[in-house]
Design a protein around this ligand. Sequence first.
Ligand SMILES: Nc1ncnc2c1ncn2[C@@H]1O[C@H](COP(=O)(O)OP(=O)(O)OP(=O)(O)O)[C@@H](O)[C@H]1O
Ligand SMILES: [Mg+2]
Length: 148
Amino acid sequence: MKRVKYLSENLQETKKIAGEFLKKTHPQSKSATVVELIGNLGSGKTAFVKAAAEVLGLKNTVSSPTFVIQKIYKLRNKEFDYLIHLDAYRLENGKELKILGWQNILSSPENLIFIEWPEKVSDILPRGTKRVFFDFVSENTREIKYET
Ligand SMILES: Nc1ncnc2c1ncn2[C@@H]1O[C@H](COP(=O)(O)OP(=O)(O)OP(=O)(O)O)[C@@H](O)[C@H]1O
Ligand SMILES: [Mg+2]
């Protein structure tokens, strides 16, 4: 496994990094692809999902799901059929996600799932997730790392 590390100095660069990440991210045979986004408040997790959504052809749709926990977007003519954005910040454990149909969502290879604050729901995360790490460096600079 190779770990890559980027410094992003603006949203356009974050979009390029998200694009590189997506190039290396393909559907699995038996279950959804789960991407854990790990980093502090304001470190750029939501910005990364927005950027990935743009790369995947969605326009101005992704906003922070903090208050609704989960949002589902239909993708057109992509390797994945759905982008699912979850924010577990307000959850204490995975129970509420189970109520939202988590097992079902997880069982579909056509789902690409981005989850902010995965630490909160570690009890229901499957094995073999992908992890992206975010660090606030300065006002407009973020460090973004992931394993490939
Ligand atoms: N290089 C950059 N890459 C990404 N975001 C940046 C960058 N520079 C500045 N920002 C800004 O940093 C903020 C990141 O906020 P964002 O909501 O993505 O954080 P978050 O990690 O999702 O936080 P939370 O845990 O509160 O959900 C945005 O306002 C974004 O515009
Ligand atoms: Mg966020």
